[in-house]
Design a protein around this ligand. Structure first.
Ligand SMILES: [Mg+2]
Length: 261
């Protein structure tokens, strides 16, 4: 995954354009959003994350004004993400592209993914216990969280890399203060491409917004459909546009919705 993402970063050599210069249409574009660090501020305890109350009306209006051409693409498990979004009507693809909301057609059989993850659970449990790190088991991934213990970041990343290389069908994915072993056959890019064939999205131009390296697959997929990625924050990216902060992106989106074009 790291190499793939690195390759995608190198696909676009130009500097991202400031988001203030992006000109999108509610009638012609569709929107895919990451959750943590994009719609909701990142917090030390991932279980307490929340979308700011003053931003929720803009998301609800975007969903309505685009005729439902909005989806959340997140590394969180589906049910976890739906709880955070409630009562917003936005549908979700969770677990980095493995779990589809029933409103997006559902996920089908996940037994092979779960069998592959089961193979690497024991060594990850042992590592997490030894370092007092939080281990999160999701339907399509096992995540090691080290936001509260950044001194273990390198060891955690190495452990995830090791287990991913020993088991077939899995890959390592390193985000902000979290490293995961996930199913290799799906990512946010495959999710975006799958959704583009649905009636809500077909014929529209995709915009993918995210803040982390795990969103690069989504940026690349959106741009391969003639759309664009919007990277929030600093760091290398293949995205065409950049917002310096999450607040800047929220302000930009609220303005787009208020203008209603
Ligand atoms: Mg994020």
């Amino acid at each position: 995954m790291c190499l793939q993402t690195g390759q995608k970063v190198q696909e676009r050599a130009e500097m991202p354009i400031d988001i203030s210069r992006a000109n999108f249409s509610l009638a012609q574009h569709c929107f895919f959003f990451d959750l943590d660090g994009t719609l909701a501020p990142i917090v030390d305890d991932p279980s307490t994350v929340a979308i700011p109350d003053d931003f929720k009306p803009a998301l609800a209006r975007l969903y309505s004004q685009t005729g439902g051409a909005v989806a959340i693409l997140t590394g969180r498990g589906l049910s976890d993400a739906l709880t955070i979004l409630d009562p917003l009507p936005l549908p979700v693809v969770g677990s980095h592209g493995l779990e589809y909301d029933a409103r997006l057609g559902g996920s089908g059989d996940q037994s092979s993914a779960q069998a592959a993850l089961k193979e690497v659970l024991a060594p990850l449990q042992a590592f997490a216990a030894a370092k007092d790190l939080k281990l999160e088991c999701k339907p399509g991934a096992i995540a090691l969280h080290y936001r509260h213990a950044p001194e273990h970041a390198v060891a955690a990343q190495r452990t995830i890399d090791n287990v991913a290389s020993f088991a077939s069908g899995l890959r390592a994915l390193h985000g902000k203060m979290v490293s995961e072993v996930t199913v290799a056959s799906v990512d946010k890019g495959t999710a975006l491409t799958t959704l583009m064939s649905r009636t809500e999205f077909a014929g529209r131009v995709p915009v993918m917004v995210g803040d982390d390296v795990t969103d690069e697959d989504g940026f690349s997929a959106a741009q391969s459909w003639g759309g664009c990625g919007i990277k929030i924050g600093s760091g290398e990216t293949c995205a065409k546009y950049r917002a310096e902060t999450m607040a800047e992106f929220h302000h930009w989106l609220a303005k787009l919705v208020a203008e209603g074009k």
